[in-house]
Ligand binder design. Structure first.
Ligand code: SF4
Length: 326
């Protein structure tokens, strides 16, 4: 699991804010600001952070639903940020997304059979009979039978709709799937069924996931490595697959201290002061400095870089300078 499937380098997404007056200078919301990470073949890379931290925007940039302002995204070593329509159509077979709200992404006027067959028609895969076989097979893989083919999205429960959303992502036989808050709207018992289904499908098809969630328990359960985002940037990447890789960034430590532990080594709860600043006017230097209990003078001026740290994590914090792996 060490070959890089996705390599993100200096990814940037800014949104221009409409000017109020003719003479007002142009302002930008920095949704994603210089983000770099790698997703290895066959792993689940989790992205977590507070609402508005840029995790969903990052996912949408990776599946090319959004155009980046800067930086590069390589898939199997090839930069995919400047592909034309034909090349994008080929890439779309390999890269898919599952959304939080499948009801919004499934055409309410079409039956499930049509919804699942349409991508195969667009990509000119198989004849009618072969396409029906593929659709029946993906339905079965997500735990639904053929009786669902003639149903409409509004006739399904939330869990069944999410299963159809996963089937729609699977039907083109992709290699990489972005799963964006896919269980947040579901009841806890249904959540665990869908999470286990995603794990089973990953194992069966050798899939690679970018798993986005604000729920730390869910992220920990699903991920091999976790990227923690704060105000459009990566604060830390934690290798959870390796035992003992505890968070070291002050923000990540505070975030993880809020998870109840079953173990005797309960982390001390760290309460963050202040609110999340606006991404329109992010603080200078380290953007976490107004809320950080360890902030030093240089934190107000200098943005720390994300560097490999001796525990195996990657961390963006001046506290650890000099302790990084060269
Ligand atoms: Fe805190 Fe400074 Fe580290 Fe930012 S760089 S997390 S302000 S110690």
């Amino acid at each position: 699991m060490n070959t890089a499937l996705i390599e993100v380098e200096g990814l940037v997404k800014y949104y221009a804010v409409p000017r109020q007056g003719l003479w007002e200078s142009q302002q930008y919301v920095k949704a994603v600001d210089n983000v770099s990470f790698t997703i290895r073949e066959g792993e689940t890379f989790g992205l977590v952070g507070e609402s508005g931290c840029g995790k969903s925007t990052t996912g949408q940039l990776l599946v090319r639903l959004l155009q980046q302002t800067g930086g590069s995204i390589r898939y199997r070593g090839r930069d995919v940020t400047g592909l034309d329509r034909r090349e994008m159509r080929i890439l779309r077979q390999e890269i898919q997304i599952v959304f939080q709200d499948p009801y919004a992404s499934l055409n309410p006027k079409k039956q499930i059979g049509w919804i699942l067959e349409e991508p195969l028609i667009i990509h000119r895969i198989g004849d009618k009979q072969e396409r029906r076989k593929i659709v029946a097979s993906v339905l079965e893989q997500v735990g639904l039978d053929n009786s669902f083919l003639k149903r409409y999205p509004h006739e399904l429960s939330g869990g069944q709709r999410q299963r159809v959303g996963i089937a729609a992502a699977l039907v083109l036989n992709p290699k990489f799937i972005v799963i964006d808050e896919a269980v947040s709207a579901l009841d806890v018992s249904i959540q665990s069924q869908i999470l286990n289904l995603l794990k089973e499908l990953q194992h069966r098809h050798g899939l690679t996931y970018l798993f986005i969630s604000h729920d730390l328990n869910v992220i920990q359960y699903m991920s091999d490595r976790i990227g923690v985002m704060y105000l459009g940037r990566l604060a830390e990447i934690i290798d959870v697959a390796q035992a003992g890789r505890e968070p070291v960034h002050p923000y990540t430590q505070a975030l993880f201290s809020s998870i109840p532990q079953v173990k005797a080594t309960q982390r001390e709860r760290i309460l963050l002061q202040g609110d999340l600043p606006s991404p329109l006017t992010p603080p200078t230097g380290c953007t976490f400095h107004p809320r950080c209990p360890y902030a030093m003078d240089r934190c107000h001026q200098e943005m720390p870089e994300l560097k490999p740290y001796s525990t195996g994590n990657m961390v963006s914090c001046h506290l650890y300078e000099g302790e990084e792996i060269k």
